[in-house]
Write a protein that binds this ligand. Structure first.
Ligand SMILES: [Mg+2]
Length: 191
């Protein structure tokens, strides 16, 4: 039975909050003509980010979405230990990257962080599409034993919750550095 490791991207393999969010918030505030402080800095989608501004008219919403989802991404250093971990796991388990957002922006982040070649499969789901990461995890794991799988992420209300519900081992990178992941997988008998 193949072991599967499913990695989140944002704030798991790249430091999105520190490296990309401030500039995206600045652009979005500028597009709307509001102070940055009016936006919900913790939002992931443009709807969440602009929610404090109240209902936007269609032109405003389009301008905000263009700014928030700008596909231009600067060169990104991957999170500490990310490349090393993926390199060591490569060929020993099926490595899947699962991310939601604007497809072009997410794809560009993967390239700008130099992560594309380190995965067996990359799943990018548009945040405009219905469904959640629960559906994506189920599809990725179909035909495999979830107990032989690990989900590595940072969001307790998203991939970590859905992964645990499916019976996967979950690793929260907010409390477990990537350099410890290989040892945990070995201890759990997944390597
Ligand atoms: Mg994340």
């Amino acid at each position: 039975m193949t072991t599967v490791a499913i990695f989140d991207l944002d704030d798991t393999l790249v430091d999105t909050t520190a490296r990309l969010v401030p500039e995206a918030l600045r652009r979005t505030a500028e597009a709307l003509g509001v102070p940055v402080g009016r936006l919900n800095a913790g939002g992931k989608t443009v709807d969440e980010v602009t929610a404090p501004c109240g209902p936007l008219d269609p032109a405003q919403l389009e301008a905000a979405a263009r700014a928030w989802y700008d596909p231009v991404v600067p060169e990104l250093a991957p999170a500490p230990g990310a490349r090393e971990l993926l390199g060591r796991l490569r060929g020993r388990m099926r490595l899947v990257l699962l991310t939601r957002g604007d497809p072009q922006r997410q794809s560009n982040k993967i390239d700008r962080a130099g992560l594309r070649d380190l995965f067996d499969e990359i799943v990018i789901r548009s945040s405009e599409e219905p469904g959640s990461k629960a559906d994506d995890l189920q599809r990725i794991l179909s035909g495999t034993d979830p107990k032989r799988s690990v989900v590595i992420g940072d969001d307790p209300n998203d991939e970590l919750r859905y992964g645990a519900a499916l019976g996967c081992l979950t690793i929260d990178v907010r409390t477990t550095p990537l350099c410890e992941v290989e040892g945990i997988l070995a201890n759990e008998g997944l390597l």
